[in-house]
Design a protein around this ligand. Structure first.
Ligand SMILES: [Zn+2]
Length: 411
């Protein structure tokens, strides 16, 4: 009895999550509309990617990004979708401005001979963890998140440009110093009643345990990364300036020049300030409210039962007050849960004689969406089963668990 063996032998395991993603597989693919989707792994023949909301989904139709042509620079246009960032009195929205400037930067860098990718190429809700997963998958020589600031009110003689770097990473600091230098220089040529804060210049913003407050810097360690905040969109005169196409282009070129200097010289940059502790963030950049597009249509998986197995299934579902669909689905998630328990033994594919016979005369079908399919294929991979057999194993487990004597000592 397989379900009994699962419990008695503590078969499931921590290795369930790791999959078999081989190093020869593409680390990132292009999806619809050229969105970049990092590959999480391949499980039982299915490819699992991180969708634009940072959630795992099964997706087979991605176009592999050629690992043989490395990307030098990944640019991250900050915010997107319902996360607008700062908004100018003239209606200019940071989300959109960041994207326009990033396109100018990309163009200029490409003219200088560098290869460039953007985390997003259109208005798209994308959490920080997806942006950083893209950066890690592409493993560029520099990663720059492009923003514009909000909030300052103190008048300043100079533009209030800020750049942030990864704590204790000299190359990240140099990148930020060059970004500040070039972006500040391009705006200094204009006369505008600027605003600034104490943080004008280059610094590291920290939270507890001396880690970077900004997720785009914290989750990209190993890649020299920086955030550039050109001007204050919240200051109306600066918003007016930033609305001018030639200014947007000039800022984009300045960022490109800074990155080119970073890649091709040893220039140190300038504007360095002491690090400071401020763990507070805007609370944006999470996956909350983010809705993935449909990459893969739901699939229906059918499992067969003998008449007596099916009678047990119906009786168990009835006793739990649940549908058969719920019972099978819950059983698959329970398999996953057991395997993820601390101290669980490593899952190994089931021996031939333990594989459930999933082709009986009475059938039940369950429909799995692209995110749910991830659990199904991960379990199929872990146990060396087909998706049909995973459903059967899950059903046996649920029938077994539901019919345990209530007084049984779990030890
Ligand atoms: Zn921003």
């Amino acid at each position: 009895m397989t379900a009994v063996a699962l419990l008695a032998g503590a078969v499931p395991a921590g290795a369930v999550g790791n999959g078999s993603g081989g190093s020869t597989e593409a680390r990132i693919v292009k999806g619809p509309d050229e969105v970049l989707l990092p590959v999480v792994g391949r499980f039982a023949g299915s490819t699992v990617v991180s969708g634009t909301c940072g959630r795992e989904v099964v997706y087979e139709d991605g176009v592999p990004v050629d690992a043989a042509s490395p990307i030098d620079v990944v640019l991250d246009p900050g915010h997107g979708g319902p996360e607008t960032g700062s908004v100018g009195a003239n209606g200019l929205v940071e989300r959109d401005l960041n994207l326009i400037v990033a396109f100018h930067t990309k163009l200029a860098l490409e003219e200088m001979g560098h290869t460039v990718a953007l985390t997003r190429r259109r208005d798209l809700h994308m959490p920080i963890r997806q942006r950083t997963a893209i950066a890690r998958a592409l493993d560029p020589r520099a990663f720059v998140s492009i923003h514009h600031n909000g909030g300052a009110v103190k008048r300043s003689e100079m533009p209030g440009t800020e750049a942030f770097h990864q704590i204790d990473v000299p190359e990240s600091q140099r990148l930020a110093g060059l970004l500040f230098e070039e972006v500040q220089a391009v705006f200094t040529g204009y006369w505008v009643p600027w605003v600034s804060t104490y943080h004008q210049g280059v610094s590291a913003r920290l939270r507890e345990q001396r880690t970077d407050t900004y997720g785009v810097l914290r989750m990209t360690r190993g890649i020299p990364s920086a955030i550039v905040e050109g001007l204050y969109l919240s200051n109306p005169p600066e918003a007016q300036l930033l609305a001018l196409p030639e200014i947007q282009q000039a800022e984009g070129k300045a960022i490109a020049t800074a990155i080119d200097r970073f890649l091709t010289t040893e220039d140190p940059g300038s504007g360095f300030k002491p690090e400071f502790y401020d763990p507070h963030t805007t609370g944006t950049g999470t996956a909350r409210g983010c809705e993935d597009i449909t990459y893969t249509e739901p699939v229906e998986i059918t499992t067969g039962f003998t008449a007596s197995e099916h009678a047990d299934l119906l009786a168990t579902a009835r006793s739990m007050g649940r549908s058969v669909d719920w019972l099978i689905r819950f059983g698959v998630y329970t398999l996953k849960f057991l395997g993820d328990l601390p101290g669980a033994v490593t899952v190994v594919p089931l021996a031939e004689e333990d594989r459930p016979d999933a082709y009986g005369p009475v059938t039940e079908s369950v429909t799995w969406d692209q995110a749910e399919q991830v659990v199904l294929v991960r379990m199929a991979e872990a146990y060396g089963l087909t998706r049909t057999e995973v459903q059967k194993l899950a059903t046996s487990l649920m029938v077994f668990l539901a019919n345990l004597p209530p007084t049984q000592d779990p030890a």
